[in-house]
Design a protein around this ligand. Sequence first.
Ligand code: SAM
Length: 267
Amino acid sequence: MSEHRARKRFGQNFLVDRGIIGDIVNAVAPRRDDCVVEIGPGLAALTEPLAERVNHLHVVEIDRDLAARLRRRFPAERLTVHEGDALEFDFAALPRPPGSRLKVVGNLPYNISTPLLFHLAGFAELVYDMHFMLQREVVERMVAEPGSNDYGRLTVMLGYRFVIDWLLDAPPEAFDPPPKVHSAVVRLIPRPAADLLAADEAVFAQVVAAAFAQRRKMLRNTLKGIVADAGFAELGIDPTRRAEELAIADYVRLANWLSAQQGARQG
Ligand code: SAM
């Protein structure tokens, strides 16, 4: 097959380190009948070993040339190539045996990783687990503790929905062409529905977004018009604190206070 020239606009940095490829596939640990979907298969560094381990693999690839290569290389009964943008892909439409959930894998294009994580969070209830290679800086934000500079909207929104584990690091030389940044692999496991305590997740998202829109300002100011002083007092949350100081559970409590107020107003 002819040489493929990496396309920057699609964030193409192909994994070439055999050790890291093996470590990722072992971490995913797919079983034969698992429903596995890979985002951005590229030149098949992960696709090949994954396809060896499962009966059937789904991939979502935006690059038309790469999608065509994959169709030539793998028989259709082993691999389904969904040509298109993963940001718009309907993961719920993938055929799954009744009762089974998806395993999602990807060495994600760094330019779309944050919106893609938010898109995937919308399918969390269909997901068994997800393994992603990401820019290390994004992983640092995902696992950050309250009070640190990395703690932000991404930490709270993903940490609410998933248990997140930092599995391994990958230096630029693990890829061809090498990216300018370091990378890391994370595992995300959806939390059970019983642990998701926001009464209204849209309200939760609204409170988190408003608080972090100006992360260095006091909550009393960033949440002005959303949470009244009485709300902070009732919850025992100091309104002079800043967005980065509150735990995820505090955001849930603020959102639920607001939902209750809205409910009382409507009721
Ligand atoms: N999985 C391969 C590997 O590990 O070598 C390729 C990884 S490369 C970092 C990212 C891949 O995602 C490329 O194949 C790229 O064409 C594809 N891609 C980029 N944007 C995409 C999008 N919006 N939807 C689906 N695939 C995308």
